[in-house]
Structure formats: C-alpha cells, structure tokens
Design a protein around this ligand. Structure first.
Ligand SMILES: O=P(O)(O)OC[C@H]1O[C@H](OP(=O)(O)OP(=O)(O)O)[C@H](O)[C@@H]1O
Ligand code: HPA
Length: 177
C-alpha cells in the first residue's frame, strides 16, 4: 500500500490508483457493515472529494454529515487543541459512525475528533483515511480503512490543498512543491 516513487520525499498517486483503491475500500466497508446503515462523517475541507467518491463506492443505505475543524498550521495545533468551525447537524448517538479524513499526518486532528465523537456515544466509531504519513505521527490513532501509506512529503491534489489551490487535481502529487 506504500507509494514510493523515485526520489526521497516524492509521492505520485494517479487518478486510476486512487479510484481503484476507493472501490476496494467501499466494497470492504459494505461487507463489514452489511445489514447496518452506517453514518459517514466528512472532515472538511480536504476530505470532500474522497468522501464523494467513497460514499458512491459503498453499496449500502447510509447517511452522512460534515464537520469542519481549524486549518492546518494553526498555532493552537501544537498544543493538541483543534477548533471545531462547523459541528455536525445530525446526532450520532447509537449510530455506526465512520470518520472520513483525507490525510492523517501528526494524528492530532483525528485524535481530537475521535475523543469528541466518542463522548457522543455512537454505537461504533471507525476511521477511513485516504492517506497516512506514519513518519510524522505524534499521536497514535487507529485507521480502519486506509487508502495509501506515504512517505514524509507535502502532498496536494484530490481534495488536499497547496495554499488553498489545487484541490481540484484528480491525482495526488508532491511535485513542484
Ligand atoms: O494529522 P494532522 O497533523 O492533524 O493533519 C491532518 C489534518 O490536516 C488536514 O486538514 P487542514 O488543517 O489542512 O485543513 P483542510 O482539510 O481544510 O485543508 C487534513 O484534512 C487533516 O484534517
Ligand atoms: O501533506 C499535506 N498536504 C496538504 N494538507 C496536509 N495536512 C496535513 N498534511 C498535509
């Protein structure tokens, strides 16, 4: 699952690789949640494209909601504090919740969100993340459905931004950064 292309700090994941992996994740989630109606929670902004493709790859009745947290680079992040800019609209108590993230880097955002959501007493709480950078981890967090493990390079495209641009690229790259 690691995508290591030539050159340290270089990551390239093609549109076909992303779409193929999401189809597989969707099928795995559909198998795991058969007979249930999971509730997917998208962490804005970066996960919006992954969310859109993932929910269409899950052949089950499901509901979804969106939350937004403070942006990357916010100084409060170093203390592990994450600011919720937009909270969920739908209660998650007794629901089978899957948090959908574009990338787990230090793990600080996801760690905060999992604690926050667990306190709302969902029936279960799992994580789907398109990308993980284990070399950067500062807090251990569980990732139940992972797209790709990548090396420590700043990546953008497919929802992830480079100074708010390039989220619309259909692939993920670290080139030109
Ligand atoms: O593991 P961490 O070090 O906490 O980093 C991961 C977080 O950073 C990114 O969000 P970002 O703050 O860039 O905002 P965005 O999704 O709006 O681009 C990403 O979407 C995760 O939420
Ligand atoms: O590599 C990255 N790219 C874009 N946003 C991010 N947020 C954490 N890591 C990254």
């Amino acid at each position: 699952m690691s995508i290591f292309h030539p050159g340290k700090g270089s990551v390239q994941i093609t549109e076909a690789e992303i779409q193929g992996r999401i189809k597989a994740l969707g099928a795995e989630i559909a198998r795991d949640y058969a007979g249930q109606d999971p509730h997917l929670v998208c962490v804005l902004n970066g996960a919006f494209i992954f969310m859109a493709d993932l929910v269409r790859a899950i052949d089950l009745p499901l509901s979804m909601d969106f939350l937004a947290v403070s942006s990357y680079g916010n100084s409060t992040r170093t203390s592990g504090e994450v600011e919720v800019l937009k909270d969920l609209r739908i209660p998650i108590a007794n629901r089978h919740v899957i948090v959908v993230e574009d990338i787990v880097d230090t793990g600080i955002t996801l760690n905060y969100l999992l604690r926050m959501l667990e306190a709302r007493q969902p029936a279960s709480l799992k994580v789907a993340a398109l990308l993980s950078k284990p070399a950067r981890r500062r807090v251990e967090v569980p990732i139940d459905y992972l797209g790709f493990e990548i090396e420590d390079a700043f990546v953008y495209g497919y929802g992830l931004d480079r100074s708010q641009f390039d989220r619309n690229l259909p692939f993920i790259t670290s080139q030109g950064d």
